[in-house]
Design a protein around this ligand. Structure first.
Ligand SMILES: Nc1ncnc2c1ncn2[C@@H]1O[C@H](COP(=O)(O)OP(=O)(O)OP(=O)(O)O)[C@@H](O)[C@H]1O
Length: 573
């Protein structure tokens, strides 16, 4: 119920569109029923008039029939137009709303979700939510109002028939759909989950194709996909069986209701309490009235799927970001001077301290390197500085204020990060660069690329800056991709530059080129560099050696050169 209320609240801005759609649905249903009933009445009345050799006014009913036919067709057209417009508007709002909630959760809260699972929530679950209006709300409201109007009209002729009809409509529109919903709940839930699992497995399989082939695990992955597909087909078959049975039940109820109505109405005609043409009208009216509840079985069934999807969506929406912005943020920082005192951070309450009393000073314009064994907390420090994760104890001061006083956005606007995993989007080099500064001109792009030592190579591509880099930049070499990332960071032109093992995984030539790019990028900025490469340390003012989240030594590179730890950690790469 709570999820239902929340769903309705989400749709509130489109109430007018939705009410318009419902009103039109109702008009179409009523016009259809009216058309059938009036036609039945008209044909019978004409026949009886012919038999009795009496005259009758056939203009009015003929005009009525024509009017209802036009109303039905025009109404259907408008109904489709309005309901689809409402649906599309809703859909785009839901996607944006979901993404806006998703973004602050990255990366801390999202690391436990699989990529395919998130994709599935964004796409399939939102689509399913969208059904809520088209398949659940609109048909239910239209049925409710429609049945009330129809029963009122019918009781003018025969309250008993109206009652029978109401009973039949309740069975076909409520009892059968309810039973079908009960029966379809579990397979409905399972189908949503299996579909999500299938999507994650397929996405994983595509992304990890190379590994699956190298380790000969592709057949197992295929088998997993096969098993999930079979499960999905079984669940869908169960849902279809339930849908089929409920359709058959509804149809049986319709026929029985017509029989019962006739059983009651025929004696009324013999007793002259009802006209002959009215009998035909009543029979057709009863038959057609079931159209008003025809959407309900699907509505009940969709309700299960919609609620399951809503549950999955709300689960993410209700997750609080790991780091929240302060209620009254300080103005953005200006001076890139950073000081950490007794900094402690762990990823979970029961995890060990990834940073365990870290002290570090990065004066404005200085270059500081961090070295240390794997797992010593170097990347964690960056996660904390970027406000992706919060720290539990100690202080971080930036430009004289505690880091927590700034908004995450201001902090990220103040710094650029280049890491070995910097993502390039599957678009052109130009678009990848412009990500950092959408309003940058051609000359800015070229200047940044030149400084990152990549311009000449870009110009050698046939399409220059308009070269497509492929998925995650696969069409560039590792060194080229890294230099495009550095150019992007340069274009952002921030006072603080953070480099997380920017030359990791590159061969000596590529490393040399990337280092040249980095040297030029470091000019005039505060720099925090994580590296194992001794070559990079030459340009640093100070080197910090980390062990288990703590600084064990720091000083100018030359002063540390004799330390065994320095030699060990600066040559690991
Ligand atoms: N996202 C995370 N969730 C939970 N624990 C994490 C996460 N990232 C890192 N850790 C843990 O925190 C500790 C420090 O990891 P961190 O990545 O900061 O080390 P690092 O010095 O950067 O290592 P490397 O040189 O291998 O990159 C490790 O014990 C690691 O397992």
């Amino acid at each position: 119920m709570k999820d239902l209320r929340r769903l309705l609240a989400l749709f509130a801005p489109y109430t007018r569109w939705m009410l318009g759609g419902i009103a039109l649905t109702l008009v179409v249903v009523l016009a259809n029923i009216g058309l059938l009933a009036l036609s039945g009445w008209f044909i019978t009345a004409m026949a009886l008039a012919g038999l009795a050799h009496t005259s009758m006014d056939y203009f009015t009913p003929a005009a009525g029939i024509r009017g209802l036919a036009i109303l039905r067709t025009g109404g259907r057209y408008l109904e489709r137009l309005v309901t689809h417009e409402a649906t599309l508007r809703l859909l785009s709002r839901l996607r944006v709303w979901f993404y806006q909630h998703l973004e602050p959760l990255a990366p801390a809260r999202l690391q436990y979700y699989r990529g395919g699972d998130l994709l599935s929530r964004i796409r399939a679950d939102i689509d399913t939510l969208d059904n809520f209006y088209l398949r659940v709300v609109a048909p239910s409201v239209a049925a409710f109002v429609g049945v009330a109007l129809l029963s009122g009209f019918m009781s003018l002729f025969s309250p008993a028939v109206a009652l029978i009809n109401l009973g039949g409509l309740a069975v076909a529109g409520v009892a059968i759909p309810y039973l079908a919903h009960r029966a379809g709940r579990r397979p409905g839930l399972q189908a949503v989950e299996t579909r999500a699992a299938l999507r994650s497995t397929v996405v994983d399989g595509i992304q990890g194709q190379a590994e699956l082939r190298i380790y000969g695990a592709a057949p197992r992955q295929i088998e997993r996909i096969g098993t999930l597909t079979d499960a999905l087909i079984r669940e869908q078959a169960r849902l279809s069986r339930i849908a089929g049975l409920s359709a058959a039940g509804s149809s049986l109820t319709t026929q029985l209701s017509i029989w019962l109505a006739l059983l009651i109405a025929i004696p009324l005609v013999t007793r002259h309490a009802l006209d002959g043409p009215d009998l035909a009208m009543i029979a057709l009216f009863v038959m057609a009235s079931f159209e008003s509840v025809s959407g309900l079985p699907l509505a009940f069934q969709s309700l299960g799927e919609t609620l399951a999807a809503a549950g999955r969506i709300f689960e993410i929406i209700d997750t609080r970001p790991q780091v929240e912005d302060p209620a009254h943020p300080a103005p953005p920082p200006a001076l890139p001077a950073l000081h950490c005192r007794g900094l402690r951070m762990r990823y979970a309450d029961d995890a060990h301290w990834a940073l365990d009393g870290l002290d570090l000073d990065l004066p404005a314009g200085h270059r500081v390197a961090l070295i240390g064994a794997t797992g010593s907390g170097k990347s964690t420090l960056i996660n904390v500085l970027m406000r992706f994760w919060d720290y539990q104890q100690g202080r971080i001061e930036l430009d004289g204020r505690e880091l927590r006083e700034y908004t995450g956005e201001d902090l990220r606007a103040f710094s650029a990060v280049v890491s070995q995993r910097t993502h390039l989007f599957n678009t052109t080099i130009r678009a990848n660069l412009l990500l950092a500064r959408p309003d940058a001109g051609e000359q800015d792009l070229i200047a940044a690329a030149r400084q990152a030592r990549i311009h000449d190579e870009i110009m050698r591509f046939p399409d220059g800056y308009d070269t497509f880099v492929g998925e995650a930049g696969v069409r560039l070499s590792g060194g080229q991709a890294r230099r495009v990332a550095i150019a992007r960071a340069l274009l952002k032109n921030t006072p603080l530059l953070i480099l997380d093992e920017p030359t990791e995984g590159l061969d000596a030539d590529a490393e040399r080129l990337v280092m040249a790019a980095i040297e030029s990028a470091m000019q005039g900025r505060s720099v925090l560099l994580i590296t194992h490469r001794p070559r990079a340390l030459r340009h640093m003012h100070e080197v910090y050696i980390l062990e288990q989240g703590r600084v064990v030594a720091h000083g100018a590179p030359a002063s540390l050169a004799e330390m065994p730890a320095f030699a060990a950690y600066s040559q690991l790469g």
